[in-house]
Design a protein around this ligand. Structure first.
Ligand SMILES: [Zn+2]
Length: 277
C-alpha cells in the first residue's frame, strides 16, 4: 500500500555504503523508518530532499512485516535552515528528536506530538540563548502530557498545607506522597519538589511556542515573566528523574544535551590558546 503523508525527520543513520535509514515522525502513523537505497549516490533522486529536522511530503510503501518501509518520493516543505546556523539550537533539536524517536510508537496516531515537535523546532532558532533550556523543558512537560504520562500534581488538603514549601513526590505512583492515606507505600522512591517548581510545571502545560508571531515564547515575553534560573534547574532535575523512571530512556543523552546548552565556547577557546606552549 502506498501512503502519502507529511513527516518530520528525527534521525538519519548510514546503512551500507550508500544508503540511509531515516526515522520520521508522522501525524497519522507515528514513528516510521524508511530505507533510502542509494541515498548518497551522486545521481540519487533523494539528494537534498531530506535532512535532519526537515518536514517533508513523503510517499512510501507500507510494509507490515519487518517495520522498515521503502521510500518512493520525498520533497521538503519546511527546511528549518536557521537550525543549521546555530549549534546550540541544533543540539537542543537533536535531543528533542532523539527523545521523541524513543518514546513514540509505530503505526499509532501521533498528531499532537507531531505538531508539538514541529512548533518547538520552529521556535528553537528564534529563541534567545537564555530561553533555550526553558523551551526544551516546556517540550518535555507537554510531551509527557500528550503521551498520557503527565505527573499528577494535585495537592492533598491534609498533607500539603500551604505552610509546607517542599513536598515529597513519589516517582512510582506519579503523584505527591500522601502520608495520611492508609496503605501509603513506605520506602517508595520519592523526590523533594518545591511548591514554586510545581507551579512552573503547571504554567508550562498547553503553552506551546507560537509560530504565528515569530516564535515568541508566551512565558518569556518580559524578564518579569521569565522563571528564575534556580527554579528552572529544579524543574529540569525533576523532569530528568521522572522521564528516566517512566519512559525508560537513558539519562546520559539528556545530560549531555543540557551540558551543551550551558557551554560557553568563547571562553574555552581562550583557555585552550593560553595553555598552548
Ligand atoms: Zn494526604
Amino acid at each position: 500500500m502506498i501512503i502519502h503523508t507529511e513527516a518530520t525527520v528525527l534521525q538519519i543513520r548510514p546503512w551500507s555504503q550508500t544508503s540511509h535509514m531515516v526515522t520520521w515522525l508522522t501525524p497519522d502513523y507515528g514513528r516510521i523508518v524508511t530505507a533510502v537505497k542509494g541515498a548518497c549516490r551522486p545521481k540519487s533522486a533523494f539528494l537534498g530532499q531530506y535532512d535532519l529536522f526537515y518536514t517533508c511530503d513523503l510517499l512510501f510503501y507500507r510494509r507490515e512485516r519487518d517495520g522498515i518501509h521503502a521510500i518512493r518520493e520525498c520533497s521538503p516543505s519546511t527546511l528549518r535552515e536557521p537550525l543549521r546556523r546555530c549549534w546550540r539550537s541544533a543540539a537542543a533539536a537533536a535531543y528533542l528528536s532523539d527523545l521523541t524517536a524513543r518514546v513514540t510508537a509505530s503505526h499509532q496516531e501521533s498528531a499532537a506530538v507531531y505538531h508539538l515537535l514541529n512548533r518547538t523546532l520552529d521556535a528553537l532558532p528564534r529563541a534567545p540563548r537564555r530561553d533555550l533550556k526553558e523551551l526544551v523543558l516546556r517540550y518535555e512537560v507537554n510531551l509527557l502530557a500528550k503521551l498520557g504520562l503527565k505527573p499528577n500534581l494535585a495537592l492533598c488538603p491534609h498533607c500539603h498545607t500551604p505552610d509546607r514549601q517542599w513536598l515529597r513526590f513519589s516517582l512510582p505512583s506519579g503523584r505527591f506522597a500522601c502520608p495520611h492515606l492508609a496503605g501509603a507505600a513506605s520506602g517508595e522512591r520519592t523526590v523533594a519538589l518545591h511548591r514554586d517548581i510545581r507551579q512552573i510545571f503547571l504554567n508550562m502545560l498547553d503553552r506551546l511556542p507560537d509560530t504565528a508571531d515569530g516564535g515568541i515564547l508566551p512565558c518569556a515575553e518580559t524578564d518579569k515573566n521569565r522563571p528564575p534560573p534556580n527554579l528552572l534547574l529544579g524543574l529540569s532535575r525533576f523532569l530528568g528523574m521522572f522521564i528516566t523512571f517512566h519512559l525508560e530512556v537513558p539519562p546520559a543523552v539528556r545530560r549531555v544535551a543540557f551540558e551543551l546548552l550551558d557551554k560557553n565556547p568563547t571562553r574555552e577557546t581562550v583557555s585552550l590558546e593560553t595553555s598552548s606552549p
